[in-house]
Design a binder for this molecule. Structure first.
Ligand SMILES: [Zn+2]
Ligand SMILES: [Zn+2]
Length: 408
């Protein structure tokens, strides 16, 4: 290994970039791919980078890492913490942090392609490395596909990827079938009639409407779904008003909905519209609410037989006890778009990134340690063994399909 992964990781962590602005990160990834002998396609889906390494006839394996960071002000206190400021899609200055660990993903993929490029005698086929933009934004994978990804590179026979998560470093979470939820983000505008705060009788108060709707929306999961149908309805934003003595004209709600099957998803979205419209009617609103559907992440579904093969190779490589089934995860991903467009199976697994020492009590007391989750300003994966294991996992999984000789 000639690339210093720890140094690369710290550099990426210190220099995070928002979705579709991953120019520096993409340049670093492309540079490594070129040095390793890959044919490199830049600017695929705006800032995406794809490298192709053909090595004799055989299957086509795609390894994917996402590159983008989040508008979060880092509070980890690490000596390589980010102080970066970016400009978001609305032109606002935002602190930027790799609070979801996509810097881990990029680093591990660079490590994996270096290993595979220097061990060409051990495999045959075509290796495709995808450095994807804008996973957080939603649509980064889709943008690569619609920008002609598969006109430029061969369609893969399998798509593989991973996400770092706050469970012990050195462990992996992998499961067949539905592995991550679908996600829908929607904004709702409620219309009232503004006026003086002292004379509510002349107004229709959208603040009350928004508050009532928010409370009532919590009844969808608790009262309208069966206990066996897991889902999440989160109202993450409520905005209205400018001054205490003004009843405003409108109020807006921002919702995030997670579900694990399409029927449940449809039912929830229908219930949201019904409840919000009913609250508007209850307030005698002058106009129906507006529903604006924003990003949608589909379900992430792992191919069962490919998961069996990769689980077995992970067990052999990392030890039986380190491979767990995390159950369906309520987070969401767009990696499935790369597989869907190629009609290829997908396997997406979770890479432990938390200090294993913190979990010592867990075995005896069952109490989980208080570890910051992804998107927290305190999210701080331990560098090792996370980077080594993440890189080895990609190599191990790729060789499972590229005819590795079991020497990894
Ligand atoms: Zn994230
Ligand atoms: Zn993420």
């Amino acid at each position: 290994m000639t690339i210093d992964l720890e140094e690369l990781y710290k550099d990426l962590h210190t220099n995070p970039e928002l979705s579709f602005q991953e120019v520096r990160t993409a340049g670093i990834a492309a540079g490594h791919l070129e040095n390793l002998g890959f044919t490199v396609h830049r600017n695929v889906g705006k800032t995406g980078v794809v490298g192709v390494l053909e090595n004799r006839p055989g299957p086509v394996v795609m390894l994917r890492a996402d590159m983008d960071a989040l508008p979060v002000k880092e509070a980890t206190g690490l000596d390589y913490a980010s102080t970066a400021v970016g400009v978001d899609h609305e032109g606002q200055d935002m602190p930027v942090m790799h609070a979801c660990g996509h810097d881990v993903h990029v680093t591990c993929l660079v490590g994996a392609v270096e290993t595979l490029a220097t061990r060409k005698q051990d495999w045959s086929g075509t290796l495709i490395a995808v450095f994807q933009p804008a996973e957080e934004w939603g649509g980064g994978a889709e943008t690569m596909v619609s920008d002609g990804l598969y006109d430029r590179v061969p369609k893969p026979d399998i798509v593989l990827g991973q996400h770092v998560a706050p469970f012990p470093a050195g462990w992996f979470g992998i499961r067949p079938g539905v592995t991550m939820a679908s996600a829908d983000s929607l904004s709702i505008t409620l219309h009232g009639r503004g006026g003086h705060g002292s004379r509510p009788e002349t107004t229709v108060d959208p603040v009350l409407m928004a508050a009532a709707a928010t409370v009532r929306l919590q009844g969808i999961v608790s009262r309208e779904l069966a206990a066996s149908d897991a889902a999440v309805v989160t109202v993450g934003q409520i905005h209205s008003g400018t001054k205490n003595n003004i009843i405003p004209e409108t109020a807006s709600l921002g919702l995030s909905v997670r579900s694990f099957d399409n029927a449940t998803r449809g039912k929830i979205l229908g219930s949201i519209e019904r409840i919000v419209k009913s609250e508007a009617t209850a307030s005698d609103a002058p106009k129906e609410p507006d529903f604006h559907y924003e990003e949608h992440f589909p379900l992430t579904v792992n191919d069962e037989s490919a998961v069996d093969r990769i689980s077995a190779s992970f067990r052999a490589k990392f030890g039986d006890k380190k491979i767990i089934d995390p159950g369906p995860v309520s987070g969401s991903e767009d990696v499935g778009a790369l597989a869907k467009a190629a009609d290829a199976p997908l396997v997406f697994w979770f890479l432990g990134g938390a200090d294993p020492a913190l979990f010592q009590e867990w075995a005896t007391t069952g109490r989980l340690p208080d570890i910051p989750s992804n998107h927290s300003p305190y999210f701080a994966p331990v560098i090792q063994p996370t980077l080594t294991h993440g890189s080895e996992a990609l190599v191990t999984a790729a060789l499972e399909f590229l005819g590795g000789r079991g020497t990894n």
